[in-house]
Design a protein around this ligand. Structure first.
Ligand code: NDP
Length: 310
């Protein structure tokens, strides 16, 4: 028997979809993917999610969301969906562990992953000083100089976090302004041990057997090159949506974000709904992801009801 509703992904969108779907008696099955909890697992304080006046730690919030989804008997499965076939009225999904799962409705909440600069030296020193997660790896660089690349909220957050552990955080910004929100900009600018290098791009990460030792940068206005001694190099330049497995089936924009019918979570395939960062390159917040997760469950419920499935 096909499942009524399969949810792919375990961030705020996926778990919120699960809570709503389970409470509507849709018996949802949720596949967590390789990074259960999604991006919030690598975030510290979440201060802007309504309902937490003192803020909440990202991993704690995801644990709570999971428990809430399970309380209404969502089946949470630790597996990865690696392939889909959306050609028939019943959708087919393949798990990494070799199962084929059938579903009347599918909610995609696969989120987005960190982008890399794409340099050879970045690969070479991956996990030997190069990281995309200050919360995960910052501790290893206590008392040492580090660099953060990027000018958005992620970079501002990473730099602020590292500034509590490291004597100097070199923030490498490729333009002469930050893209981060005003409040985060102020926080970064006010933090004395964050040194902002404007118009600065990375040429190469240099190091030895012990890991990263410095970063070679250049000023894109003057072309002047310089070398900054750092032990840690954190990349925080945005994200790519995790939508590659849907290429063949679903409409996407030119950066891979899923397209939905305006004001809904309907994709171009009947019974397939998209929520969270996989379909949102504008807001990308936990609260907006959760909101679209709720919408996807309601859209799926209406779809199943119209088809007489539930
Ligand atoms: P953004 O896309 O907002 O910012 C990416 C930054 O990286 C930009 O400053 C961009 O520069 C820079 N960049 C991109 N490519 C390169 C490159 N090759 N070399 C150097 N710099 C590069 O991504 P974020 O991950 O920062 O934020 C994504 C979304 O998530 C945003 O909506 C943000 O508000 C939200 N967010 C919210 C947080 C919070 O509220 N606590 C925390 C983290 C993220 P340029 O500006 O020149 O394009």
């Amino acid at each position: 028997m096909p499942h009524n509703c399969v949810i792919i992904g375990s961030g705020p969108a996926g778990y919120t979809a699960a809570i709503y779907a389970a409470r509507a008696n849709m018996n949802p099955i949720l596949y967590t993917g390789h990074e259960p909890g999604g991006q919030l697992m690598i975030t510290t304080d979440v201060e802007n999610f309504p309902g937490y006046p003192e803020g909440v730690m990202g991993p704690q919030m995801m644990e709570d969301l999971r428990k809430q989804a399970e309380r209404f008997e969502t089946k949470v499965i630790s597996d990865m969906i690696t392939k889909v076939d959306f050609s028939g009225p019943v959708h087919k999904l393949w798990t990494e562990s070799g199962e084929i799962v059938e579903a009347h409705s599918v909610i995609i909440s696969t989120g987005a992953s960190a982008k890399w600069l794409g340099m050879e030296s970045e690969q070479k020193f991956m996990n030997k000083g190069v990281s995309a997660c200050a919360v995960c790896d910052g501790f290893f660089f206590r008392g040492q100089e580090v660099a953060v690349v990027g000018g958005g909220d992620s970079a501002a957050e990473e730099a602020s976090y590292l500034a509590k552990l490291c004597p100097t955080v070199h923030l490498l910004v490729r333009r002469d302004e930050l893209r981060a929100s005003k409040i985060m900009q102020e926080r970064v600018i006010k933090t004395e041990n964050i040194k902002i290098h404007w118009n600065t791009e990375t040429r190469e990460i240099l190091g030895d057997d012990e890991g990263v030792q410095s970063v070679k940068v250049f000023n894109n206005k003057t072309n002047a090159e310089s070398e900054i001694p750092v032990k840690g190099f954190f990349v925080a330049i945005g994200h790519t949506p995790n939508t590659a497995i849907f290429n063949e089936w679903l409409d996407m924009d030119n950066t891979g974000y899923l397209m939905v019918k305006a004001g809904t979570t309907h994709t171009n395939v009947e019974g397939v709904f998209a929520s969270g960062d996989a379909q949102d390159n504008v807001y990308r917040q936990a609260i907006t992801a959760a909101g679209t997760g709720c919408m996807a469950a309601l859209d799926a419920e209406r779809y199943l009801t119209e088809k007489g499935i539930i």
